[in-house]
Design a protein around this ligand. Sequence first.
Ligand SMILES: Cc1cc2nc3c(=O)[nH]c(=O)nc-3n(C[C@H](O)[C@H](O)[C@H](O)COP(=O)(O)OP(=O)(O)OC[C@H]3O[C@@H](n4cnc5c(N)ncnc54)[C@H](O)[C@@H]3O)c2cc1C
Length: 336
Amino acid sequence: MKTLAVIGGGPAGTSAAITARQFGASVVIIEATEFPRFRPGESLHPGIETLLEALGADSSLRNAPHLRYQGIWVSWGDTERHFVSFGSDHRGAWFGYQISRAHLDAALLSAAEAAGAEVWRSCKAQALLMRPDGFVAGVITDRGELEAETVIDASGPAGWLARELGVPVAAFSPRLVAHYGYAEGVCSSTELPAIRADQHGWTWLAQIEPYRYHWTRVTQPEYRPARSWLPEEYRYLNVCRTGGADVTWRKAGRLAGAGWFLCGEAGGVLDPSSSHGVLRSLLSGRMAAHLAVAVSRGALNSHEARTSYQRWFDESFDGDVKKMTASYREAGLFGC
Ligand SMILES: Cc1cc2nc3c(=O)[nH]c(=O)nc-3n(C[C@H](O)[C@H](O)[C@H](O)COP(=O)(O)OP(=O)(O)OC[C@H]3O[C@@H](n4cnc5c(N)ncnc54)[C@H](O)[C@@H]3O)c2cc1C
C-alpha cells in the first residue's frame, strides 16, 4: 500500500507528490493526459520563486526560456492607465515569471520523479476504492487498483473526486467564461503585461516568449467575444491557438474527508484575475501532503488534519474572493 495516491500531474499534484517524498512517503501520481498539454497559465506571481526552489523545480526552469516582469499596466474603473509594480525589498525589485506551461509542467513532473514519486502516465482514475467504514482507501484506474492511505485529488477544474463522492460545489460569482489564445509575431505595444476593464469584462495581454503573446478575455457568457476576436494590439499577429474555460468562482463544500484531500482547482476555481492560480495550487498540494504524512506518522489524527486543511483553504480562497469582489465593484463589473 502507498502512503499517497495523487490524481493529476499539474502544479497541485506534483507539489503534493514532491512534498510527500521530501518526508520519505511513498507516492504515485496518476495523470490522464499526455504532456505537453494545452493549459493556460504562464504569468506567475513573484511569490512562486521560493516555492519552486523548495520543490526542487527551480533549476530546470531557470534554464528554460522565460521572461521576468516587474509589474502590470492597469486600466481599471475610473483610474488612468498606470503601472503597478509587484514591490521590492532590501535585495531589490520583485519579478514575476512568464514561462510556457509546457516548461512549467515538465519541470514540476520531472522534479516529482527525481524526488522518487512513481508517475502513471496516460492513466485515468475511474472510481474510488472505499473501506466499509466510509474511508477512501485508494483508486481504481484503467491500469488496475491502487491502494493508498490517502488520496489527494489534484484533477483540476474537473473536480473528479468531489463528483465521485457527491460533494456539493458552491458558486461565488455569476457565471464567468474565459476566451483565451496565443498569437505569434511582433507586437508594437511596450506596455505589457496589461489588464484593462471595460463595460462587459476585462482583457489580459502578456508577452510570454520573444515572439509569442497570450490574451485572456473574461466576461459573462452573453458577452463572450466571437471566436475570431483579437485584442486591438494583436491585430498584425498570427493566431496559433484559442480556447475557452468556465472560470465561475466555485469551491467544493468540503475540502477534505476520511482519507482524502482536494487541492488546487479540484478544491476551488477563481478567474485568472486573482493571478494566484498556479501559486495557490502549489501551496495547497504542499499543505495537503504535509498533513497526510503527519496523519500517516501518527503526529495528527485524521479529524485534526481535515479541520486545519479546511480552515487554511477557506482563508486563502475567501481572502481572494473578497479582494476580487472589491476590485470588480471598483470597475462596475459583473454586478459586484
Ligand atoms: C484562461 C486562463 C488563464 C490563466 N492564467 C493564469 C496565469 O496567468 N497564472 C496563474 O497562476 N494561473 C492562471 N490560470 C489558472 C491555472 O491554469 C490553474 O490555476 C492551474 O493550472 C491549476 O492547477 P491544478 O494542478 O489544480 O490543475 P491542472 O493544472 O488543471 O491539472 C490537473 C490535471 O489532472 C488531470 N486529471 C483530471 N482528471 C483526471 C483523472 N480522472 N485521472 C487522472 N488525471 C486526471 C488532468 O489531465 C490535468 O493534467 C489561468 C486559467 C485560465 C482558464
